[in-house]
Design a protein. Structure first.
Length: 149
C-alpha cells in the first residue's frame, strides 16, 4: 500500500527495484546465507584462547608444579595455534571470495542481494584478520614464559 492508501502497482515495484539494484548485475549464488560464517573467526579464536590457557593452567597446577618447565605446553599451544590459523585462514579465503563476487567496488551501499553478499564477505574478512592477529598474540605467550611461576 502506498502512503495515500492506494495499492502499490507493478510499475511502482519495478521503479523501486530499479533504484535499489544495479542494472545487469546477477544475484549472488542461490543458497541460503548464514551469519555463522561471519563469526567463525572470533569463535575459533575464543576456543583457541580457552584451550591454551586451560592447558597451561592444568599443566602447572596438577602436573608440573610451580617450578616446572612449560616445554610440553609449548608444543600443545603451537599445535592449537597452527590448527586455529588454518581454520581462520579457510574462513578468510572464503570471505575474500564472497567479497570479490561480481564487479562492484566498495562501498556496498545498494540494497541488493549481491551487495549484501559482498558486505557480509567484507565483514567476515575483517573479523577473520583480527582473529588471526589475536591467535598469534595468545600463542606468543608461551614463547616468553620459561616456567610455571
Amino acid at each position: 500500500m502506498s502512503p495515500a492508501g492506494a495499492p502499490m502497482h507493478e510499475r511502482d515495484r519495478a521503479e523501486d527495484r530499479r533504484l535499489t539494484e544495479r542494472p545487469g548485475e546477477p544475484g549472488p549464488p542461490a543458497r541460503r546465507e548464514s551469519l555463522w560464517v561471519l563469526i567463525a573467526g572470533p569463535i575459533i579464536w575464543s576456543v583457541h584462547f580457552l584451550a591454551c590457557y586451560l592447558t597451561a593452567a592444568i599443566w602447572c597446577a596438577k602436573l608440573a608444579g610451580p617450578d616446572g618447565a612449560v616445554g610440553p605446553v609449548r608444543w600443545a599451544v603451537a599445535g592449537y595455534t597452527a590448527a586455529a590459523l588454518i581454520g581462520i585462514g579457510l574462513s578468510f579465503f572464503g570471505a575474500l571470495k564472497r567479497h570479490r563476487y561480481g564487479t562492484a567496488t566498495v562501498p556496498h551501499d545498494y540494497d541488493s542481494a549481491a551487495d549484501r553478499h559482498r558486505f557480509l564477505g567484507f565483514a567476515t574478512l575483517l573479523l577473520a584478520g583480527l582473529s588471526a592477529v589475536a591467535v598469534l598474540y595468545v600463542g606468543l605467550v608461551v614463547v616468553f614464559i620459561g616456567s610455571c611461576r
